[in-house]
Design a protein around this ligand. Structure first.
Ligand code: SF4
Length: 494
């Protein structure tokens, strides 16, 4: 939006000319805008500031007729939407804020996911992974493959490495997990990185030996809890129909042995969850959690084969999500602190000086450069969703094989560089002018899975519809409800 002030191609006006123009009023700094509702617009800029202004104020601002010293003028100036004669350090400040927001790009790959087995004791119809039955050891990662994956992991320049074990059900190959944890710690004596471990597990096969190992080696656990007993059992069948009992007793055992903060839980929204967001949140509170991540189904694996993914649409999910969000805010107002984690990620993008580690809300997307996945069969994928797509027969985002390709070949492969380039929202068609862009991101794998195009047509994109609706709702809440604003701001990590 800045005037380029060019006389003719290749020739810029003099500095005096710019200084003179400032004395005549203010200059616009780069910004985007989008409607909030019938009467208001949201202005945003690249450093993540936003300002809600009335419909009439937008043309006045652009035509440079806002009265200097007025409240609106001062807000526009302090949030870096305009520049005047007094703004001597404003541009340096904007540059510094931008560098801080983008810092995560230079940290490079932190999260390394190891799919230690594809075997699983559950048979969830919405499974996004295409798990295998328990007895098929050909779907286990070998020690030789794990060793090569660790070579790769420690090539990352990131000072912080998180190793996450995934499946299938990772406890079915727990001997390999033990080997990887001990070997990673041994290697880290030389690298001196900040290394942490987490196992994503349904907890049904938890044993005292596993708990002792996790205690000794400071391994965290993450599990799945879909809601109250009947809903969890319907979503997550296993022989004996005891998935709910197993996960609840597992959560309690982990808390008793490892401590209350060593276990987290994730839910997945199925058609049966719709209309039950309050019950699901109540279940999380009853089990002692102070946060929930209200997640939609993803378009991969068994969720596609069983047609569960198509069983509701984005609007159905948004209705479910907003019922849940409203309820959580209500609980907070009644004195029960509780967080919705997806809103928390967006709010952190809005109000914290730093970017997010959440790969789908990064620009460029975090594919490979924030998170990378080693599959049980030695193939390397750009993300968890990429391997889910591969299990359906489409290896579009397979970056190579850990035994056959070097670190450089994998990280510089076209399969990685192309989607990363296509995920820079500042240049993506549909996103480049979007007012919510500083808080959004790009999900090339989702768009490829749903539209066969990594960029995706945003007017037809469920990802776009979801994020736009949530961002609009969060900003409206903060504008119109002072108590809700205080609650939402408390979800920002400082
Ligand atoms: S995906 Fe949609 S909401 Fe997000 S930046 Fe692009 S156009 Fe905006």
């Amino acid at each position: 939006m800045i005037d380029l002030a060019v006389d003719k191609p290749g020739k810029f006006k003099t500095l005096e000319n710019y200084n003179q123009s400032l004395k005549e009023g203010y200059k616009l700094l780069p910004f985007r805008f989008i409607r909030l509702d019938e009467e208001r617009y949201v202005l945003t800029n690249d450093v993540g500031e936003y300002l809600v202004i009335s419909q009439g104020s937008l043309p006045a601002f652009v035509n440079k007729t806002i009265e200097p010293g007025s409240g609106l003028y001062n807000d526009l100036k302090s949030k870096h939407f305009l520049l005047d004669d007094d703004s001597s350090i404003a541009l340096e400040l904007v540059a510094m804020k931008y560098r801080t927001k983008m810092q995560q790009v230079s940290s490079f790959t932190g999260l390394h996911m190891f799919v230690v087995t594809l075997r699983c004791d559950h048979s969830c119809p919405y499974c996004q992974v295409s798990r295998q039955s328990e007895d098929r050891a050909t779907f286990d990662m070998t020690i030789e493959t794990a060793a090569k994956c660790l070579d790769f992991t420690f090539r990352s320049p990131s000072p912080s490495i998180k190793i996450e074990f995934q499946g299938g059900e990772p406890f079915l190959n727990f001997d390999l997990i033990k080997w990887i944890v001990l070997e990673a710690k041994r290697r880290n004596e030389q690298h001196q990185k900040d290394v942490e471990f987490v196992i994503a597990t349904n907890l049904a096969l938890l044993t005292d030996d596993i708990l002792s190992f996790c205690l000794e080696q400071d391994v965290h656990l993450s599990t799945s809890l879909d809601g109250p007993q009947d809903l969890h059992l319907a979503n997550r069948p296993r022989p004996g129909s005891d998935s709910y009992q197993k996960v609840i007793s597992g959560i309690n055992r982990v808390r008793a042995v490892l401590g209350p903060d060593k276990i987290s839980a994730l839910m997945t929204t199925t058609k049966a969850s719709l209309g039950r967001s309050k019950e699901i949140i109540d279940e999380y509170m009853r089990q002692g959690f102070n946060a929930i991540f209200l997640r939609p189904l993803s378009p991969y694996g068994f969720a596609i084969k069983t047609k569960w993914y198509q069983s509701y649409d984005v609007q159905d999910w948004l209705t479910f999500y907003f019922e849940g969000l409203d309820y959580i805010i209500e609980l907070n107002k009644r004195g029960y602190p509780f967080v919705e984690l997806y809103a928390g990620i967006i709010l952190n993008k809005m109000f914290s000086p730093w970017g997010t580690g959440y790969v789908d809300l990064q620009s460029p997307a975090g594919l490979g450069i924030s998170a990378i996945l080693f599959n049980y069969n030695a193939e390397v994928y750009a993300s968890d969703e990429s391997r889910m797509l591969a299990e359906m027969g489409d290896k579009q985002f397979c970056l190579g094989n850990i035994h056959e390709n070097s670190y450089e070949e994998i990280m510089l492969s076209e399969a990685l560089l192309n989607p990363i380039e296509q995920s820079i929202v500042e240049s993506v068609p549909g996103c480049q002018d979007c007012g919510f862009q500083p808080y959004c991101g790009s999900d090339p794998v989702y768009h490829y899975a749903t539209q066969k195009d990594s960029v995706g047509h945003k007017a037809l994109s469920g990802f776009c519809k979801k994020n736009m609706a949530i961002m609009r709702r969060l900003i409206s809440l903060m504008e119109d409800d002072a108590e809700a604003k205080k609650i939402l701001l408390s979800w920002v990590k400082v």
